[in-house]
Design a protein around this ligand. Structure first.
Ligand code: DX5
Ligand code: ZN
Length: 212
């Protein structure tokens, strides 16, 4: 079985102590750092932007997995790539021309990811799997940490997997804990984002390890 990529979401970390909280998940064996960018338009919440990505880049060697929950993502690919994003994931629902935004991301030598919201059918995106590095299946409505996992969203994973090239990373995000992680990896996901489960636990090391 291939390795599961664990990407803790710093949305649930202490924003006054981001460096400390990133070190904690690094020490626990996390693979990537998931950073949730929200614009108050595509989702009803506002979080972080380019300057935070730029600062975090200086304090970790882990790849920065940047999840853009924003309208007009094409306007922001270049600044996020230059700030140090290693994986840049936009939302399918926010763009008109998927191939051109994927090309734009790849032109910076980084991985291109695309995410689908709970109500988006997997069939709509099958034709793009070939050009993507990562497909993110949201298992909650994007916008907030700490929501409950929706299993019917995870049921999209086998559909994606059946049509995906061997090397496509299938990531899930929303309500992931030790139990729901198992459901998703059994369905074929190989990257797990988790915020609350990791950062609100008493033992970050065992929380991260319990996802594998
Ligand atoms: C939600 C974000 C998630 C969020 C996950 O819109 O995309 O990355 O931080 O948080 P949990 O793991 O708490 O559901
Ligand atoms: Zn996310």
């Amino acid at each position: 079985m291939s390795k599961i990529i664990i990407s803790p979401s710093i949305l649930s970390a202490d924003f006054a102590n981001l460096e400390r909280d990133i070190k904690r998940v690094e020490d626990a064996g996390a693979d990537w750092i998931h950073m949730d960018v929200m614009d108050g338009h595509f989702v009803p919440n506002i979080t972080i932007g380019v300057p935070v990505v730029k600062s975090i880049k200086k304090v970790t060697k882990l790849p920065l997995d940047v999840h853009l929950m924003i309208e007009n993502p094409e306007k922001y690919i270049e600044p996020f790539a230059k700030a140090g994003a290693d994986i840049l994931t936009f939302h399918y629902e926010a763009v008109n021309d998927v191939p051109s935004i994927v090309d734009m991301i790849k032109s910076f030598g980084i991985k291109a990811g695309m995410s689908i919201k709970p109500k988006t059918f997997p069939d709509e995106v099958l034709k793009y799997l070939e050009i993507l590095d990562l497909l993110l299946v949201m298992t909650v409505e994007p916008g907030f940490g700490g929501q409950s996992f929706m299993e019917n969203c995870a049921e999209k994973i086998p559909v994606i997997k059946r049509h995906a090239p061997e090397n496509l990373i299938i990531q899930v995000d929303g309500g992931i804990n030790a139990q729901t992680a198992k459901i998703c990896t059994n369905y074929g996901a190989n990257s797990l984002v988790a915020g609350n489960y990791i950062y609100k636990s008493d033992n970050i090391i065992s929380a991260v390890q319990s996802l594998r």
